[in-house]
Design a protein around this ligand. Sequence first.
Ligand SMILES: C[S@@+](CC[C@H](N)C(=O)[O-])C[C@H]1O[C@@H](n2cnc3c(N)ncnc32)[C@H](O)[C@@H]1O
Length: 274
Amino acid sequence: MPTTLQTDLSEPRTPLEHEIAELGPWFHNIHLPDGTQTAPGHPLGDFPTYKWRVISPNLPEDMTGWTALDIGCNAGFYSLQLAARGADVTGIDINDHYLNQARWAAEQFALGSRIQFLHKQVYELAFTEDSYDLILFMGVFYHLRHPLLALDIVSEKFEKLLVFQTLTMPGEQVFVFEDDLTIDDRLLLLHPAWPKMAFIEKSLAGDPTNWWAPNHAAVLAMLRSCGLRPLKNPGHEIYFCRRDEQCKTDVNREELSIAAKSVAQLNSPSMKTK
Ligand SMILES: C[S@@+](CC[C@H](N)C(=O)[O-])C[C@H]1O[C@@H](n2cnc3c(N)ncnc32)[C@H](O)[C@@H]1O
């Protein structure tokens, strides 16, 4: 991940701040138990605390007995919040730099027994039987070369709730077109409310892995086509969903399985040996 949205702790003074500086740069500004912050100068402000303030009132205060998966957990901000509410949490990420931060942060809160952080590709979830009450799939979709493949996989791995967040492009209008689109009707695709996803070939915000920016209509349409029912949209770019098999587009299982295996093998050292 490029460093445009990350922060190094400048001029560390205390032993704790020195540890933070050594683990940097940080994308998550975590408020540690003594009040020290991991990324107080974050370019996005107090990130992701301001996002959590939108999400958290929509989750149970007591999550004892819940299992949760945090995909692309980064330094574990959300994993820590869920574990603090009593959930058993698995955080996965493909970047060991962030996984080290996350494991260190969990130790600071003495939450290590309730959280595990694993080096794992989202596509690798296709090869496990594990299912979770809650999945957070936030800030990852648009970084993926194969976003719908990932969403198809993730949509089958939770029981109660999926919290989905993606970078989007401007535009809140929603065009729902129920019929077949004829070959001569394609001008309709240019309508601002038609579901669309822009492809970014070079980079956005200094990050060449920001490949996609869907509009709001496209987020809703893609969620539905993966068998998900968007329940609410409590904040900008944040979607709460439950499963709804009736929405699901007829997915070609063979394509899904072969594609998932190929992508996971390409990207993950752990899959290469299997
Ligand atoms: C923009 S950050 C989002 C972090 C956090 N989920 C949040 O919303 O604040 C994207 C994270 O996803 C991770 N990531 C990117 N591609 C991934 C993949 N294929 N599988 C799992 N994690 C991935 C990155 O390493 C990074 O930590």
